[in-house]
Design a protein around this ligand. Sequence first.
Ligand code: UD1
Ligand code: PEP
Length: 422
Amino acid sequence: MDKIVVKGGKALHGEIPIAGAKNACLTLMPATLLSDEPLTLTNAPRLSDIRTMNDLLCSLGAEVTTLQDGKVLTLSSHDLSNLTADYEIVRKMRASILVLGPLLARAGKAKVSLPGGCAIGARPVDLHLKGLEALGAQLELKDGYVHAEAPKGGLVGGVVDFPFVSVGATENLLMAATLAKGTTVLKNAAREPEIVDLAHCLRKMGAQIEGEGTSTIEIQGVNALRGATHPVVTDRIELGTYMLAPAITGGDVELLGGRMDLVAAFAEKLDEAGIAVEETLRGLKVSRKNGRIRAIDVETAPFPGFPTDLQAQMMALLCFAEGTSTLDERIFENRFMHAPELIRMGAKIDVHGGTAKVTGVETMRGAPVMATDLRASVSLILAGLAAQGETVVSRVYHLDRGYERVEEKLGACGASIERVNE
Ligand SMILES: CC(=O)N[C@H]1[C@@H](OP(=O)(O)OP(=O)(O)OC[C@H]2O[C@@H](n3ccc(=O)[nH]c3=O)[C@H](O)[C@@H]2O)O[C@H](CO)[C@@H](O)[C@@H]1O
Ligand SMILES: C=C(OP(=O)(O)O)C(=O)O
């Protein structure tokens, strides 16, 4: 199994190109199921999650062609030969549930395995299901699968008022509503850039959508969607992660393709912590202001708030801050598994429920540590870059779900980092 070995203590200088967003690509890919014409996605990230979605779509009868080493995907769902998303694929990735809305909208029927919980929380899909019921779907949970059927004549528009913000449920409903008869209104919808990107792509395919990026989205159903070509939006989580690299090691790094509007709340917190973020012609440039990192308080929230997907990485930075920081995790109930691993490296962290208190230390020491989920893994790499000595991160298959060529990108800026196979 692969491990990542980091030798810490080097300030990073250079540039890092930011890839297309995993979480946008994972919702754009199932949008192919809505049309019998091809959908081409450019700027796709090269990640194991994308390959899993590829396998899932192919299992339903779609054809996926990859060009430019996986950066361009052409997806064609002319014939849907199978309407069952099998447990063996769905269990690998929760985003698999995103095929449910499109299958139901286009084929009128679907059977999708329930994704189940995962390391960061229970993550039920009740909002997805209730929303689809509001569009007329009949649902039954049997043998671990959602058996779904649209009414005769297809889904019908309706009002879906989400009790709290869900990115995935908003995406599933947005896709389903494009082919439903009449108007659908999604209230308390998620406002994440990935939702906006999905709406832009669906509009190119002929969908009628208004309000994406706000908490009310209105969709006027159409009879059919056509093919389109769409570039995947920049990955704001990969961006934020690499913004933390020079912040934690010192030095300065330019993040190519980075956009301030994608990471505004995060950049604001970096500023408070003593990290400078500057907009350049090619992206964002990050460097440490004078002196030590300052302690700050962070609370995760749906966009435009501070992203939960950057909480673990921010914790790695705050391990080195002067004073005590508080991190409140408000989205997932169990997203501090990186804390015990950081403690192995010398961090001072107390976790109580959804709150972590991090008291900064001047130095940490490398150690063997274990990745428990995607963002936890990269937080350990960040800590390793600033720690003295060697950090060996195992179970890096979590990392490969969301970061392409991490060793190459950080290595190009002077980090001592390599992947070893033992
Ligand atoms: C592939 C993808 O895009 N993943 C992202 C997406 O996940 P995902 O779409 O799964 O996250 P949600 O926004 O749906 O989850 C938010 C909260 O709502 C709960 N919930 C959600 C749906 C539901 O039917 N019932 C329910 O209780 C979840 O357990 C969680 O506590 O948004 C999360 C929140 O920004 C990110 O961390 C993930 O990286
Ligand atoms: C939690 C994440 O992904 P997923 O929703 O696919 O598990 C993430 O990207 O940090």
